[in-house]
Design a protein around this ligand. Structure first.
Ligand SMILES: C[S@@+](CC[C@H](N)C(=O)[O-])C[C@H]1O[C@@H](n2cnc3c(N)ncnc32)[C@H](O)[C@@H]1O
Length: 261
């Protein structure tokens, strides 16, 4: 089933949480100065138009990044804010970067990226959005299978982002097995997994399984993205990270202090 389209949700508060934390973690890894590979199992289109009918239909971006930028959040020179502003300068004032473009802007020119996207139409748009970018490899394949097939990466030091759409309930178990398989194959990989906090509360078994797996430098971060009483099914945004880089907690806390009203 491939009916999910991120265009409806791009720039919403869950994206602000996920992309803000991604920018903090990746900026810290790049600052170490050693080569690294960026890998995404579920890349999406890479770039979104927040004035599109899809974005305007949900209003999530208006409630999310558009409103927050007007209030000065995140603050100037924050790596997430820098990425959003660079994309607006390059593609136009209504554009917003997906995680692949946030990563591309933070990586060094020679750091390779591997982006997996299974939806044929989305994969075509992703390719178009990265046309001419060096060291950016776009794979039209299942991300769960594709990421494991390219590990260990070259350079071996890597950040792997797993951001599925959780369209089917069994995807939580698939994500659990995926993270454990990556860690077995590449114990030093930094793995970042996004999961939704839904009204029907489907995430706890996934979180419990990874919390009990004794993964190194494990972090679980959650934030509400929907004011109480809202009819939306999504109430919050969750991230689990394996091998969390040293010293980023305060910057992650700052992203999570976002005002949701
Ligand atoms: C939540 S979106 C990704 C958003 C993106 N990470 C971002 O933050 O900008 C999930 C994407 O995964 C794609 N997808 C779904 N199942 C997949 C699979 N098994 N392998 C690769 N991509 C898949 C969907 O088509 C969708 O574009």
């Amino acid at each position: 089933m491939l009916s999910y389209q991120h265009d409806y949700h791009a720039g919403g508060l869950a994206d602000v949480h996920k992309h803000g934390c991604l920018a903090v973690i990746l900026a810290q890894m790049v600052a170490k100065g050693k080569p690294l590979t960026y890998i995404e199992s579920h890349a999406g289109a890479g770039l979104y138009d927040l004035a599109s009918p899809m974005a305007l239909k949900t209003g999530e971006a208006q409630q999310g990044i558009q409103r927050l930028l007007l209030r000065g959040f995140p603050p100037p020179r924050h790596p997430y804010r820098d990425a959003v502003e660079t994309i607006r300068e390059r593609f136009g004032p209504n554009h917003y970067p997906g995680s692949p473009w946030i990563a591309r802007l933070l990586l060094r020119a020679e750091d390779p990226m591997h982006l997996m996207e299974l939806h044929p139409g989305t994969q075509t748009i992703l390719k178009k959005n990265f046309r001419g970018e060096n060291h950016t490899h776009i794979h039209h394949r299942d991300g769960y299978e594709g990421v494991l097939a390219i590990l260990p990466s070259n350079p071996r030091r890597c950040l792997i982002v797993c951001d599925p759409s959780y369209e089917v309930k069994t995807e939580y178990e698939q994500v659990r097995d995926f993270v454990l398989q990556i860690h077995r194959k590449c114990p030093e990989a930094v793995i970042m997994v996004w999961y939704p906090l839904l009204k029907d509360n489907l995430h706890p078994p996934l979180c419990r399984a990874l919390e009990r797996a004794n993964l190194p430098k494990f972090a679980r971060r959650e934030v509400l993205v929907t004011p109480p009483g809202s009819p939306r099914r999504l109430v919050g945004s969750g991230l689990m990270v394996v091998n969390l880089p040293f010293g980023v907690e305060k910057s992650l806390d700052a992203i999570e202090r976002v005002d949701i009203k």
